[in-house]
Design a protein around this ligand. Structure first.
Ligand code: 4NP
Length: 166
């Protein structure tokens, strides 16, 4: 077996703007991984470039903070070619994000592409609705759905990691 960093799990969460859903997913997943003792590199990006360099939407920062997680230090970036090699998993929030990723993915890219709720029993293929044009309640609802997804991914990746090293 090969040792080393190339076998470590690494997860990139992707939405459209990288200011609402994927920053919440990044923060929530970091916490979920830490709680499980899962060593994993975590980041987020957008398929679009509208908000490059911006911190997350204030409503996303607030809902995360209400749940004890600080995402204020994040900065929006766009998905780039290297991401398809650097990350083992790239996880999209909705179908359009996934299609955007597929359109950009190099033919020999190594990352596995999936949707966030694919790991949740009975919710495969369901989107995380975009809360951007919604109110605070829409952000709270997104937070809840995102947490179902990241918990399921953390459990799945932990069990895969455990089986690999067994
Ligand atoms: P996100 O939400 O994809 O969850 O970050 C959005 C952010 C910005 C826009 C749309 C969705 N926008 O059109 O600028």
């Amino acid at each position: 077996m090969h040792g080393g960093i190339e076998h470590k799990t690494s997860v990139l969460f992707v939405c459209l703007g990288n200011i609402c859903r994927s920053p919440m997913a990044e923060g929530a997943f970091r916490e979920a991984a830490q709680a499980r003792g899962l060593a994993v590199l975590v980041d987020s990006a957008g398929t679009a470039s509208y908000h490059l360099g911006q911190e997350p939407d204030a409503r996303a920062i607030t809902v995360a903070r209400n749940h004890g997680i600080d995402i204020a230090g994040q900065s929006a970036r766009q998905i780039e070619r290297d991401d398809f090699y650097r990350f083992t998993h790239i996880i999209a929030m909705d179908r359009a994000n996934l299609e955007g990723l597929r359109a950009k993915a190099p033919r020999d890219g190594t990352a596995r592409l999936a949707m966030l709720l694919d790991a949740v029993e009975g919710r495969r293929g369901e989107p995380v609705a975009d809360p951007y044009y919604g109110d605070a309640a829409a952000f709270e609802a997104a937070w809840q759905v995102i947490n179902r997804g990241v918990d399921a991914w953390a459990d799945k990746l932990l069990s895969e990691t455990t089986h690999q090293s067994a």
